[in-house]
Write a protein that binds this ligand. Structure first.
Ligand SMILES: Cc1ncc(COP(=O)(O)O)c(C=O)c1O
Length: 379
């Protein structure tokens, strides 16, 4: 019998089982995707491109025009020194992370994660024969615990993968913390993989800051982003990546051999998206309002502790005060309150936590929270 990748059994499929639609009467707080349609201008650009016959192989990292637009966007919005020649467009942010790990890491390397973290990181690292090192974030606010990071570093650590604004915690790291992460990476000679897919969604009075925009950060940071969240384009599978020239050379090779390029006719649409400021602002405002609503609704519910959700569209509740473990909580919430939630222990260091995605209507937010409240009060 031919064998398998020896790490395959230690790899899960993220939250996949929680993404199948629950029965109709259930309020679904599980899916991490905007519930808005992709704006019409973007859709129409793809249709036009198809009708123009733009269906052939093209420049592998992405059209010059799209890569220039991404470089301009990153410079203007996030002060990141990006140039057309160092931009790579890939099938989803998920795949860009794989390229970064594949192109910069070696089997046996340790990759530091600040956890609980998005489950895909753990799986990708293992599939490549590397080892994830999950350093718990501070339980009270989900921000980095620098003492624990110092304790976890080893000779084998070659990268730290950060994600701010964060899924699943909702934390937005402060500019000071980002500086400290750069300092930590410099002292230990690490690459910083910075997943910034939720960069436009911050709800606090400090901005999203990319390590690539700060002194010492640029040379060692791979900036990862994509269209899924800010432009409501999850199904389009479009992500981007930039970094210093030496790293990008390696990552271009991964992409050239894995995907060639993203669909040619999606490139003009991705470019149009970058100019859709009004549409993005409208969706962002809706998320801001929903976040406010969910904070109010969850206030004072028996047994729940809800650290301030600072960014993205997630609330990570500490449910230990209910006396249940998170798996039991999620199962009973579904059976008894008809609310669908993600149990934190699907992620390392997520025990006792339960994630809500508030990428859903205000009506659903009101109804789902009121069901949770009633259920917990009556226990
Ligand atoms: C932190 C994080 N990174 C990346 C992704 C994946 O993005 P994409 O749809 O572009 O692959 C997600 C999706 O949920 C995410 O939460």
């Amino acid at each position: 019998m031919p064998s398998f990748n020896k790490n395959i059994d230690s790899v899960g499929v993220g939250f996949a089982s929680f993404f199948t639609a629950p029965p109709e009467d259930v309020i679904r707080f599980t899916v991490g995707q905007p519930d808005f349609s992709t704006p019409a201008l973007i859709r129409n650009a793809a249709i036009k491109s198809l009708e123009n016959g733009e269906t052939f192989y093209t420049r592998q990292p992405g059209s010059e025009s799209l890569c220039s637009a991404v470089a301009k966007y990153l410079n203007e919005e996030f002060n990141i020194n990006a140039e057309m020649e160092r931009i790579l467009i890939a099938p989803g942010c998920k795949q860009t992370i794989l390229y970064a790990l594949m192109g910069l890491g070696n089997p046996g390397d340790e990759v530091m994660l600040l956890s609980p973290s998005w489950a895909t990181y753990d799986a990708q690292i293992k599939l490549l024969g590397m080892n994830p090192v999950h350093v718990p974030v501070k339980r009270e606010n989900y921000h980095p615990d620098f003492d624990k990071m110092e304790e976890a570093i080893s000779e084998k650590t070659s990268m730290i993968l950060i994600n701010s604004p964060n899924n699943p915690t909702g934390a937005v790291y402060t500019p000071e913390e980002i500086k400290k992460i750069i300092d930590f990476a410099e002292r230990n000679d690490l690459w910083i993989l910075s997943d910034e897919i939720y960069a436009t969604m911050t709800w606090v009075d400090w901005p999203h800051v990319s390590p690539a925009s700060l002194p010492g950060g640029f040379e060692r940071t791979i900036v990862i982003g994509g269209w899924s969240k800010s432009w409501a384009m999850t199904g389009w599978r479009l992500g981007f990546l930039t970094g210093p020239e030496n790293a990008m050379k390696a990552l271009f090779k991964c992409h050239a051999n894995a995907a060639t390029h993203v669909p040619t006719f999606l490139m003009p649409a991705a470019e149009v998206a970058l100019s859709c400021k009004k549409e993005v602002a409208e969706m962002t405002d809706a998320f801001r309002e929903r976040r406010q609503r969910i904070i109010e609704n969850l206030k004072g519910i028996k047994g729940l502790r809800v650290p301030n959700p600072e960014g993205a569209f997630y609330v990570l509740m500490d449910i230990t005060g209910t006396g249940m473990d998170d798996m039991t909580f999620a199962k009973r919430a579904l059976d008894e309150a008809r609310v669908h939630l993600i149990p934190g222990s699907l992620m390392e260091k997520g025990d006792g936590l339960v994630r809500i995605s508030y990428a859903t209507s205000i009506e659903n937010i009101d109804e789902g929270c009121s069901r949770l409240k009633k259920w917990l009060n009556e226990l």
